[in-house]
Design a protein around this ligand. Structure first.
Ligand code: CTP
Ligand code: MG
Length: 161
């Protein structure tokens, strides 16, 4: 009974772990040349903005894939990490279209964007049950908030949202 509950909670976290690591890596390893190379979209605003960098994107894919390899699921780990970085960049693309400055918090988009893309990309190789999807959609914003506060304490991030 207790072990059933523990596995119900731990299974989704184990599943998504590469994605979480991917999403945290750019804060530590990011910086330098922006992914959009400084280019602008049709609306005259930056495509993604200065906060989405090549190094951040690649570090996310690399670190997340490494975590997946350690878990013994390298392909799923790679797809989860790539999904996280594509989802994160897509979120920034949407934020720029809404005229939001880089770093400005966008509730839900910031927290669920990378998660949804991760789950979608990895689904073909490792399908996920409905319970786990719902659990992760609830858990992730809570963890996001927690890690942001810690990053703020450590001086890694300018904002504590
Ligand atoms: N980061 C990076 N490269 C990426 C993603 C993130 O270098 N591909 C780094 C940036 O220093 C960024 C920080 O990680 O400021 C936090 O990432 P995130 O919260 O996703 O970006 P925001 O600063 O909120 O920018 P945006 O408004 O574009 O989401
Ligand atoms: Mg942000």
């Amino acid at each position: 009974m207790v072990t059933d509950l523990a596995s119900m909670l731990l299974k989704p976290v184990w599943y998504i772990l590469p994605s979480y690591f991917a999403n945290m890596s750019p804060v530590i390893f990011g910086g330098g040349r922006p992914l959009d190379m400084g280019r602008r979209f049709l609306d005259g605003r930056r495509i993604l903005g200065d906060h989405k960098t090549v190094r951040g994107f690649l570090s996310g894919v690399l670190i997340g894939t490494l975590v997946g390899c350690l878990q013994g699921r390298s392909l799923a780990g790679f797809l989860l990490s790539l999904g996280a970085m594509v989802g994160d960049s897509t979120g920034s693309f949407i934020k720029r279209r809404l005229s939001m400055e880089p770093g400005k918090p966008a509730p839900l988009l910031d927290q669920e964007g990378f998660l949804l893309f991760s789950m979608l990309m990895a689904y073909p190789v490792e399908p996920l049950d409905a319970w786990s999807i719902i659990f992760l959609l609830v858990l992730t914003p809570l963890l996001h908030r927690g890690t942001n506060i810690i990053a703020h304490w450590l001086g890694l991030k300018g904002v504590s949202h």
